[in-house]
Design a protein around this ligand. Sequence first.
Ligand code: RAM
Length: 334
Amino acid sequence: MVKRMTALAAVLLVCCLMVATAGEKKRYAFIFKSTGNPFGEKLMEGFKTAIEESGAEAILRAPDLPTAEAQIMIIEELIAQNVDGIGLAANDPDALQPVLRKAMRQEIPIVTADSATNPESRLVHINQADPELIGRVQIQAAYDMAGGKGDIAILSATSQATNQNTWIEWMKKELELPKYKDMKLVKVAYGDDLRDKSTSETEALLKTFPDLKVIIAPTTVGIAAAGKVLTDKNLKGKVFLTGLGLPSEMADYIKNGVCPWMYLWNPIDLGYLAGYALVGASDGIMTGTIGEYINAGKLSAKTVVSAGDGGTEIMLGAPFKFDPENIDQWKDVY
Ligand code: RAM
């Protein structure tokens, strides 16, 4: 009798567990570089849409400051919560490796987007556009704006950001071409994707290099801060601004001529693609192997290709040029 009751209890327990598991939604997290960055908010909006389209729940996180240490703490929490996958824009290529490998050992897939880790710390990277093109096009813009002559300064994000550092390497390679013999890169400054620091770094550049001709800011936070400083100081036509900016934040500076043109890609689509890649990874459909196809919802199928760092990636598209002609069509989108 006792034996029969124990068996019945065991069967009931298994049934309860099965019902609970069937009803439980999968949970996928995305960690951006830091809070207060509208680019990151748009990226996470796209991620959330993709995750919800798969019937799962999205957890959106970002540390107050763009450091690897702060992201490590969040990743530890997410491992403890046993989430079904983690996407992130990494604040450092190598420093996150131990915690990300720990996650992967616990079968939590890792996908990076926007800013990659080293290949050992991820399954696949979601790349916004060809880094060589992103880098070269910004120097070409500076050349055209300055008439081929003068000093250039770069106002970047953090000194450890993989994405900005890769683009800056390509900018330096472009500058080696003979056509740039009368242009000089005088400084790379770091505004850390913080509005105040980006503002004070812009002011410092103007003070230290009074003959500065162009500021290139390959960060949406930096370019918006520089646009405000140059506008407030009435430097339109004296110091040109270009780089990577959000149309919603840059429309005024594109229209007032401080930033004649700039580039970017769709951050919502970038996050959306990361969401689909992560769901595919959790379902075992996407293993990050070259040649694999993933279903990316409204973006159709995307292929895994080899990345410049020896790992693999999925490419979103090409950088898009924003200028006075088209900025009004985009400023309310992102
Ligand atoms: C900032 C961030 C982000 C970068 C964009 C262009 O918002 O640094 O990582 O991709 O700029």
